[in-house]
Design a protein around this ligand. Structure first.
Ligand SMILES: [Fe+2]
Ligand SMILES: [Fe+2]
Length: 258
């Protein structure tokens, strides 16, 4: 199974890059599966049902989210109705949506799990114990892909080792800055501390840099808008066999020529 994971989609520039770069890769048969973190698709703040449906209709297999999950009110019902969009599994029980799913792809069944960290983020249940609980329920001996949405590199690396040998891949999201440490842990689990962001690189983690700089320089409130110049898609390419053992782990960055 050839998987492309796409890092946080930032605003309209990120959405366009995703449609122009990732979807054709699947259409050309370069990848079998696309998983995409969409938590910043709607002007940096969450995702709305129309955007999510457009990604899924075009060929995305599963959408993951993060701390911006509930920024768009209309997404609440959609999270309950659409199977192929996840919010972190360790959010408080009873909140809209679900945190893991098994989907049928053109290359077989795939389980995707979305988790959120607790270091420098709002309180959530324990992502490590949540992952253990899900793995008891999830189908065995087939691919399992984990998006660990977290701020701290240590917490993401710890999750990589916690799940090493038990899942096909653990990828970090949220910082919007790609790391270069892609590797396979314990000869089984593809790992990358952060997949990066799909959006403008002439920005501060996807936002117009003037407003961000103004806030750093003055401390005054400023309205952040997604930037749109010099856009690239960033993510993680993972191959795994039918049993779920990873054979390839590569961070990817592709310039958007649009
Ligand atoms: Fe993000
Ligand atoms: Fe985030």
């Amino acid at each position: 199974m050839k998987i492309l994971f796409v890092g946080d989609i930032m605003g309209s520039a990120g959405r366009k890059a995703f449609m122009d770069i990732a979807i054709p890769m699947k259409q050309r048969g370069e990848v079998d599966v696309i998983i995409v973190n969409g938590e910043n698709a709607a002007n940096g703040k969450g995702i709305n049902p129309d955007m999510a449906a457009k990604f899924l209709d075009a060929g995305a297999d599963v959408i993951t989210l993060g701390d911006h999950t509930y920024d768009q009110r209309q997404i609440m019902n959609y999270l309950n109705e659409e199977n192929r969009i996840l919010r972190p599994a360790n959010f408080a029980p009873g909140t809209p949506g679900k945190g893991w799913v098994t989907v049928q792809t053109s290359a077989g069944a795939l389980t995707v799990i979305n988790l959120i960290g607790r270091v420098f983020l709002n309180p959530s249940d324990c992502p490590f114990r949540t992952a253990d609980k899900i793995l008891k329920l999830a189908p065995k001996n087939q691919p399992i892909f984990v998006d660990m949405h977290a701020e701290a590199t240590s917490e993401k690396m710890a999750m990589g080792w916690h799940l090493a040998g038990r899942v096909s891949a653990v990828v970090g999201t949220h910082t919007h800055i790609q790391t270069s440490d892609s590797r396979i842990l314990n000869d089984h689990t593809a790992y990358l501390t952060d997949a990066g962001m799909t959006g403008s690189k002439d920005s501060v983690i996807g936002c117009e840099r003037e407003a961000v700089l103004k806030r750093f320089l003055t401390g005054l409130p400023a309205r952040f808008e997604p930037a749109d110049k010099n856009v690239s898609l960033e993510g993680f390419r993972v191959d795994c066999d039918r049993t779920g053992k990873a054979t390839l782990a590569e961070h990817v960055r592709i310039q958007h020529e649009g």
